[in-house]
Design a protein around this ligand. Structure first.
Ligand code: 5GP
Ligand code: MN
Length: 351
């Protein structure tokens, strides 16, 4: 972890000390790692005595993550989509902006221009390939790590106020870090490194209630979510001769099963349990585009496929993007053909 060195920690610490107004921002459609790392940062800043710090998300995060943000006052966490003017004023008036779990401003979608324009010093804490280092006063970028939450844990451990003692972290901070790492590793199923287990061990020893985290994350779903999963795996899953599994979820089906944000989390991984499947795609229809999630097995790059054919990117084996409608496809009926054609080209010509 080259970026976690004395100089960078000192500069980050100094920026925090000399800043009054601090904004914490993360990527659009925030997931467990985005909210885990942001929430942990918030509580750490509170511990340092900061008074005017806040989290600004591009759009709302799923309700199942409420349990980690519950100790943040409602006025200190807001969505750009709910109040654009307030969010943009806060970004413009910040002394310091801490960017978590994304590598470039465009990943914050509607907030990108305001981030770019803000005169605030910016700090990056991220685990994606290809960080936009030029935009940041200090960058902590590490790809051989489970999550932004794990990276933040190691950064905080290096702070003089913590000195490697996880029991000094506020409890809500430690819980949020463990939650973000747990969701990004799919509960220790992927991207687990020796450093990940060190983090998990030290947070457990410090008193984090992992059983409660698992119960909040995985045992509170709606009945309709499980029934939707059954329908998807039984009726909607297609597998091509190249070993590409894909599921297209249209708005009508999502309405029928009352799909809420976050409800399909994890479903894209399931087809990888089939031996012959090398790559799995889940496509969800939105008003003007189709969201794409891609997962792949070792030896096949979801990241490159997302970059080349799905207007996106991500990690080697977990990536995402979108298809524009109209643009890449004119109707949902064309989606299967698009997927089969371009994943075939990708796997036969580019892998
Ligand atoms: P998910 O499938 O869970 O939405 O996303 C998986 C990974 O792909 C995430 O770590 C995220 O960073 C990346 N990703 C998702 N959507 C996009 C996108 O539109 N553009 C880029 N560059 N990365 C994405
Ligand atoms: Mn992440």
């Amino acid at each position: 972890m080259q970026d976690i060195n004395h100089d960078n920690i000192h500069r980050f610490n100094s920026l925090i000390c000399q800043s009054d107004r601090i904004s914490i921002v993360t990527h659009m459609r925030p997931d467990g790692d985005a909210m885990g790392s942001s929430t942990a940062m918030y509580h750490f800043l509170s511990m340092l005595g900061k008074k005017e710090h806040r989290i600004i998300v591009p759009d709302p995060y799923p309700a199942y993550l409420d349990f980690i943000t519950s100790e943040i006052p409602s006025e200190s966490i807001s969505a750009h989509s709910a109040n654009k003017q307030e969010a943009e004023e806060a970004l413009a008036n910040s002394d310091l902006i801490i960017c978590l779990d994304f590598n470039a401003f465009h990943r914050t979608d509607v907030m990108a221009a305001a981030l770019e324009a803000s005169k605030a010093e910016k700090v990056l804490i991220d685990h994606h390939i290809g960080p936009d280092r030029d935009k940041f006063a200090v960058s902590f970028s590490e790809t051989q790590i489970s999550s932004a939450s794990e990276l933040l844990y190691h950064i905080l451990m290096a702070f003089p106020q913590i000195e490697g003692d996880a029991t000094r972290l506020p409890a809500a901070c430690a819980t949020a870090l463990m939650t973000g790492m747990t969701t990004d590793t799919n509960n220790f199923a992927n991207s687990v490194y020796p450093s990940t287990l060190v983090m998990a061990s030290s947070l457990l020893a410090a008193g984090v209630d992992r059983d409660n985290i698992l119960s909040e994350l995985y045992n509170r779903h709606s009945e309709s979510r499980l029934r939707l999963m059954g329908h998807m795996m039984k009726d909607l899953l297609k597998i091509t001769e190249d070993g590409v599994a894909y599921i297209v979820l249209d708005m009508e089906t999502m309405l029928k099963y009352n799909v809420q944000e976050g409800d399909t989390e994890g479903f894209v991984n399931m087809p990888l349990s089939i031996g012959k499947v090398r790559m799995s795609l889940l496509l969800k229809e939105e008003e003007d585009r189709i969201r794409v999630s891609i997962r792949s097995k070792r030896g096949t790059s979801a990241n490159r496929c997302a970059r080349m054919f799905f207007n996106g990117g991500g990690h080697e084996n977990a990536a995402g993007g979108c298809l524009n409608k109209p643009g890449d496809v004119t109707s949902m009926a064309e989606v299967p053909e698009y997927i089969e054609k371009y994943t075939h080209i990708y796997l036969t010509e580019h892998e």
